[in-house]
Design a protein around this ligand. Structure first.
Ligand SMILES: NC(=O)c1ccc[n+]([C@@H]2O[C@H](COP(=O)([O-])OP(=O)(O)OC[C@H]3O[C@@H](n4cnc5c(N)ncnc54)[C@H](O)[C@@H]3O)[C@@H](O)[C@H]2O)c1
Length: 376
């Protein structure tokens, strides 16, 4: 039950987690690092009671650090995760886990060799909405789940250069994760199409011609789910949505990201009348703060966190980010280390969510051909 010494690396979006770790009752030392020295100083001053590391390598070499949470640019995730695990430390990493199947395999090998813990820090699985839908499922309110859908619409123009032209499904995790988590299964196959055209300059970096990708995923238990992801040159308002279609009820995310969801409940057809009817309610989501230690409650409400400008996390102040998810992610990671168990979003769940997106893009590049998602 030793309190953990945690290093937080990458303080753009990552800055949103600093005060949460600092407040967690089972965190002893918090060590911050960013290659941007100004940002590092600002984050340290803003958080208080932290140490700053001189380099990523210094963190790896420091035997007193138990675990590292990476919130660095996407192309670094796999190499840094492997480096952290090989240094004998537990690793949490923001999404996506990796951008190739080979890199996922390298991460698995490093986990096996080191015996350390890995968690993918997927925000959509700790939102108020996901807690609510999970409770509906546990209470049997959906009846039979017949179909799933996920969406993530976000225009990444002017984001750092590694984003430009990124295959949409390589960052499909927010659309895919809730479907996998609610399916009681894993994605085993995908057909995906790319759509639209993109500025030629943008297409060059990753050889990806598509601003939008839309996929049908097949689950091992026979269920199907659809996910659509737009990244560029599409005017849709931002939304990371989750849609569950059951025989008795449906849960549908609102139009924009902060709109309340629509819950539809079937009313059985009256004798002699055609078809079933449905009652629709727009439901305000409760806050699941009570699942957290009291010290983290302030991080599930308020604040000005702006998901469209995550790099401004310090400027916006602490509070609830991604519908309250940040505090739950920190608590699950720290608790898994203290309790010596795997976190819920471990390498197996994280790999299925990530690999489904990687395989979806591969399918889109082959004009919708079926691609089998390997089992990790
Ligand atoms: N909902 C979510 O889960 C969610 C939301 C936003 C971003 N993200 C992920 O978080 C990551 C960071 O997002 P961002 O918008 O802050 O990105 P960003 O590129 O704006 O910032 C990354 C930060 O990492 C620092 N950095 C770069 N190389 C580093 C290194 N080698 N060591 C230490 N620090 C380094 C940079 O200086 C910068 O401050 C991305 O991988 C993105 O995929 C996830």
């Amino acid at each position: 039950m030793k309190k953990q010494n945690i290093a937080l690396v990458g303080l753009g979006f990552g800055g949103a987690f600093a005060k949460i770790y600092r407040a967690h009752p089972n965190v002893n030392e918090l060590i911050l690092f960013d290659t941007n020295a100004d940002l590092l100083k600002k984050a340290a001053d803003d958080t208080g009671n932290v140490k700053c590391a001189d380099s990523f390598e210094a963190i790896l070499a420091d035997p007193s650090i138990d675990a590292v949470h990476l919130v660095t640019p996407i192309p670094l995730h796999a190499d840094q995760t492997v480096a952290v695990l090989e240094a004998g430390k537990h690793c949490a990493c923001t999404v996506p886990m990796a951008t190739s199947l080979e890199d996922i395999r390298r991460i698995f090998a490093a986990i096996r060799k080191s015996g350390k813990t890995y968690m993918m820090m997927e925000t959509t699985l700790y939102t108020y909405q996901f807690f609510y839908a999970s409770q509906m499922k546990a209470d049997g309110k959906f009846g039979k789940i017949q179909f799933l859908r996920g969406s993530h619409y976000q225009d990444m123009v002017n984001w750092p250069s590694y984003w430009l032209g990124l295959p949409p499904m390589w960052y499909g995790t927010h659309a895919i994760a809730p479907m996998v988590a609610l399916s009681d299964s894993r994605i085993c196959k995908v057909h995906c199409f790319g759509s639209g055209t993109m500025d030629e300059e943008m297409s060059r970096q990753y050889g990806n011609p598509f601003p939008v990708e839309t996929a049908i995923f097949e689950f091992e238990n026979g269920l199907k789910g659809e996910a659509t992801r737009s990244l560029f040159e599409t005017a849709r308002v931002y939304q990371e949505g989750m849609f569950i279609y059951g025989s008795d009820s449906c849960f549908e995310w609102g139009f924009a990201d902060h709109d309340s969801p629509y819950i539809t409940t079937a009313i059985p057809a009256a004798d002699g009348s055609r078809g079933g009817r449905a009652d629709v309610q727009v439901v305000q989501m409760p806050n699941y703060y009570h699942l957290l230690p009291e010290e983290l409650w302030p991080f599930t409400v308020g604040g000005n966190y702006d998901p469209l400008n995550p790099q401004d996390s310090l400027k916006k102040g602490a509070g609830a980010g991604h519908h309250g998810a940040h505090a739950h992610l920190v608590h699950e990671f720290v608790s898994s280390l203290i309790e010596g168990r795997k976190p819920w979003i471990d390498e197996v769940l994280g790999a299925n969510i990530t690999a489904a997106g990687i395989c979806a893009h591969e399918s889109a590049m082959r004009d919708g051909e079926a691609v089998v998602v390997p089992k990790f």
